[in-house]
Design a protein. Sequence first.
Length: 192
Amino acid sequence: MATSNQRGAVTVLLVMDILQRMMARLPDPSALLANIGNAIAGARAANIPVIHVVLGFRAGYPEVNPANKSFGPIMQSGGFFTPDDEAGGIHPAVAPLPSEIIVVKKRISAFAGNDLDMMLRAMHAEHLVLAGYSTSGIVLSTVREAADKDYRITVLSDGCDDLNKETHQFLLTDIFPRQAEVMTAAEWVASV
């Protein structure tokens, strides 16, 4: 059951693209995984719903246009982020509970090609807390789209990461604060 914060708004934690294949790109994802794990534990303890958002395609990639600069190369190489891609699954350090929702997206934003917004509206969600990889990918795209959909947004600064550390920092300090609160996972957990 979802709980409301002091304003009466239902809060939902979105854990986005924390997939084994994506974590393998980072030199050392242990701090990121620990921070997200702490946020998940805090959300569960406060009865805040946790939704896991993952990238996934059908076998043969019928959703992908070969001209798409991000996903065309994945389609060409084949075998990634499809039902038989074992490394494409959620990282075990942040594994969902059987009761938690897993949403499959088809593009970069957490809202792309799925029913995430419908589920959030059904829950009466008004506040989204975002953690994910990468900051310049799914986190940025989801912040922008969530803001356009009038959600209140919090980005967990140490619950997201990017291969480009300068871009990561620039987004956290100069871009996200225009549309979201930015705080650490520990600060957010302490506030719920």
